[in-house]
Design a protein around this ligand. Structure first.
Ligand code: ATP
Ligand code: MG
Ligand code: MG
Ligand code: MG
Length: 366
């Protein structure tokens, strides 16, 4: 009989819409001829408020690609995870279809999905799932913790300063001193980022004190943890990793664009970014990048899949690691599946491999 694959998508994250796009592409690949006789899809849509829906709504979201207009005070049903008790407290309630899933495919980007929270829930359910576990997901999501793991692994990266929301917001006296410190340590331009996000949401490239102050305040509205990085002038290259304990690295891809940096609009507006796969690089640089991608994967304890992003400073030959994404964009035109396509693994094969890796990892005794 067919394996029932629970597709989890949407989610309480700034990358909700991206997740829907990724889920549509994955659902399509699971219904492709070579997979359709092996897998049956059970879709679960997580609304922006965190409620889980099973049944018709998720199917409609997959078909239309649109975020459904649900009534604000929709009566919680057996199909949703959160329900309201008599005294107006919310409690968790799973849609009954959750119990029918053989393997989960958490197609979630950003907080509350790519960060270990869902992975903890699925681990407790004792059902196999695609991708990294709690530790890998959490380390891969938090840019501060991630950079600590990379530093420990000896991977080169840009200079950075870390701050908390409390330092930015609740202590006006120390704020100017913090800005002085950032200016002295990093200079301009620098990049202000919420530590836990993706798709460049909340990220700003700043060139002055005024821009720095505004960007810090804005980043603090997204996250308790903030990172500021020295800006580098470099080519942007990425490498895809696939596997569990013996992971493989793909060909290296490069992104080129005209905009100031690879921001949300550039990422998701057709025609604003060019993906060059494979990137035109000296063989030794390609090999170094692939090697660093595998080291990064191991450093955070990733599993299944990850996309590792780098800066290649052509003038000096330096390769700096930027970040790892444990659930990278997964639409038909996204870098991750495209880098595998150019490495000989089709989209349909890739999705199949990921599910098999989930089963393998689950069945491996601790
Ligand atoms: P993703 O969608 O890949 O998860 P993200 O939101 O985690 O992205 P980053 O990859 O950290 O964000 O940064 C987004 C983009 O901002 C980079 O691709 C790059 O264009 C620019 N950028 C970030 N940090 C730096 C830096 N230190 N120097 C130069 N450019 C940078
Ligand atoms: Mg990222
Ligand atoms: Mg990301
Ligand atoms: Mg990135």
């Amino acid at each position: 009989s067919k394996l029932r694959v629970g597709l989890l998508f949407g989610g309480r994250s700034g990358e909700h819409e991206v997740s829907i796009s990724s889920a549509r592409a994955i659902a399509l690949a699971l219904s492709a001829e070579e997979n359709a006789n092996k897998y049956e899809i059970l879709p679960f849509y997580i609304q922006k408020d965190g409620r889980w829906l099973a049944g018709d709504v998720p199917q409609q979201v997959l078909t239309s690609g649109k975020v459904p207009q649900l009534p604000e005070n929709e009566t919680p049903s057996a199909n949703s995870l959160l329900s309201t008790t008599k005294n107006n407290l919310t409690r968790w309630q799973f849609p009954s279809q959750v119990g029918e899933v053989d393997v989960w495919f958490p197609i979630l980007h950003g907080p509350n999905g790519e960060d270990g929270t869902i992975q903890g829930l699925l681990s407790l359910m004792q059902v196999p799932f695609v991708g990294s576990g709690v530790l890998g997901s959490a380390l891969g999501m938090d840019k501060i913790a991630m950079k600590m793991a990379f530093a420990q692994a000896g991977l080169a990266q840009v200079k950075y300063v870390t701050l908390t929301r409390a330092q930015i917001w609740s202590n006006p006296c120390i704020f100017p001193k913090l800005c002085d410190e950032i200016e002295a340590t990093l200079g301009y331009p620098c990049f202000v980022k919420p530590a836990n996000l993706g798709s460049s949401v909340g990220i700003a490239k700043v060139r002055s004190r005024q821009e720095l102050e505004t960007a810090l305040d804005n980043a603090a509205s997204y996250d308790r943890r903030i990172i500021v990085e020295a800006g580098v002038i470099a080519r942007e290259v990425e490498c895809a990793v696939l596997g569990n304990d013996q992971p493989q690295a793909s060909v290296v891809g490069e992104i080129s664009f005209e905009s100031d940096f690879y921001d949300y609009e550039t990422k998701y507006t057709e025609g604003l970014a060019d993906l060059l796969i494979p990137a035109q690089l000296p063989d030794s640089v390609t090999r170094q990048i692939q090697d660093m991608a595998l080291q990064a994967f191991a450093a955070v304890d990733a599993a299944g899949l990850a996309r590792v992003d780098f800066f290649y400073v052509e003038a000096t030959g330096e390769i700096l690691i930027n970040e790892i994404n444990t659930f990278p964009g997964f639409t038909a035109t996204s870098m991750y599946p495209q880098m595998w396509a150019k490495s000989g693994i089709t989209f349909a094969e890739l999705v199949d491999r990921l599910i098999q890796l989930a089963l393998e990892r689950h069945s491996t005794p601790l």
